[in-house]
Ligand binder design. Sequence first.
Ligand code: SD4
Length: 291
Amino acid sequence: KAELPLVIATWHVKNATTKAMEVLQNGGNALDAVEQGCMVEEADIKNSSVGKGGLPDRDGNVTLDACIMDKHGNCGSVVYLQNITHAVSIARKVMEDTPHVMLAGEGAKQFAISKGFKEEDLLTDSSKKAWEDWKVKSEYKPIINIENHDTIGMLAIDKNGDIAGACTTSGLAYKMQGRVGDSPIIGSGLFIDNEVGGCVATGLGEEVVKTVGSFLVVELMRHGKSPQQACEEAINRIVSKPNSNYKDFQVGYIAVNKKGETGSYSIHQWFSMTKFQDGVNEQIQSDFYLK
Ligand code: SD4
């Protein structure tokens, strides 16, 4: 039986998994752990695809998407949130303090302010410079593995065996204004079923949404697949579509089941998962489709 608690996250985010594990070791539950773990990346201005310092859309607006899900199957999400760093915390407040699941744009921001969150400029000197450099050519094409250690999706199991998950992102760099990805869409960017397991996605959100990726992975686990097999089948679902141009984009999934087994898989090489369990916090290179 797997050692609990445990935390996994997309990409190379050891500071975030350290924080989440600290919460779990101090008796916090899985929901607290994933929120606080994700907040580490949101606050880090060096990260260019989440929170403060996230790359803007093509018009220079930094717009955030995030969601969170608990062991009861409750969920909260924010889309197109501006000027508030901790999108994941607003998602949690939507879940806990409103009758709704999702708040967008100005309404999400006003709600955050009403809860005492501070408005700030999320465009930093370096993300502004990157955008200005991009504008010279204004070529829009998703860059494979741009997130590297940035955008974060996290899943945790606490010592009671309960599962929670969260994800938070500034979305694709230089997206069209108004674009929303998979990350705040329950079942696409994230899905948790406390009886079965959880999954979170990263990469080109449009492709994840089209296959309702995270829900698919959890359903496959429900029907007996291991987390690894389920992630692989969900990636296969994307690449085996007629006319899929999967060579040009990345999608990666990580998953955990109720037993604490984990898996990860992506289309292209260099996706990784960070895993903290039994005193070991490690980056694990993920297996991939395009060999
Ligand atoms: C999106 N899936 O907005 C997000 C981006 C992402 O790692 O995950 N980056 O499409």
